[in-house]
Design a protein around this ligand. Sequence first.
Ligand code: MGP
Length: 204
Amino acid sequence: MASEVAMAANTDVAAVAAEEETVTTKVPHKLERKWTFWFDNQSKPKQGAAWGTSLRKLYTFETVEEFWCLYDQILKPGKLPPSADFHLFKAGIEPKWEDPECASGGKWSVVSTRKANLDTMWLETLMALIGEQFDEVDEICGVVASVRQRQDKLSLWTKTAANEAAQMGIGRKWKEIIDFTDKMTYNAHDDARRERSAKARYSV
Ligand code: MGP
C-alpha cells in the first residue's frame, strides 16, 4: 500500500514537473522594449529622389525568441551589397536626422575592413542594445551597419550630441562591447547636415 502511494506521488510530481517545463519553454522572454529592423539599399537611387526614399521598415519585435528567429533569417551585413544600410532602432524612432528623437543627436562610428569583423561587431551591438547594456539607455536611438565599396561602417546613433558626458560614457562602453581598440569618433547630425566632412565632436 505504502509503495503504491509513493508511486502515485512520484507520478504526480513528474506530471507537475513536465507541465512546468512545457509552460516555461513556451513563455517568450519579453524584452525591456520593442525594437525595429530597417533596411535601405541606395545602389540605384531614382533621379532627383530625396534621401530616405528607399528606406524600409522590416520587422518590429519584443521577445528574445523573435530576435533570434529574425537574426537567423535576415542576411548579415557582411553579405549585403555595397550601398546597403541595415538598422536596428528602438521602435518608434526612424533612422533619420529628421526624427525628433535623433534631430539633436549624433553617432559614434567605427570602420571595418573585414566582413567577418563587421558581422561580429554587429551581433555584439544588437545583443547589447536589446539587453539594455548601456547606462545612458534613454540616450540610445539605434545602430546602423553601412556596407560600402571602400570600407564598411557601424554607427551607434544617440539622442543628445551636446551631452558630452553621456556620449563619452556610451562611446567607452561600446568600444568594450565590440572589442574595438582604435580611435572611435562621434559626429553630431547637425554638423553633418551643414558640412559632409565636418569635424568630429568627441573621440574615445
Ligand atoms: P551617410 O550615409 O551618413 O554617410 O550620409 P556615409 O555613409 O559616409 O556616406 P555614403 O555616401 O557612403 O552613404 C551621406 C549623405 O546622405 C549625407 O551627406 C546626406 O546628404 C544624406 N543623409 C544621410 N543621412 C543619415 C541622412 C538623414 O538622416 N537625413 C537626410 N535628409 N539626409 C541624410
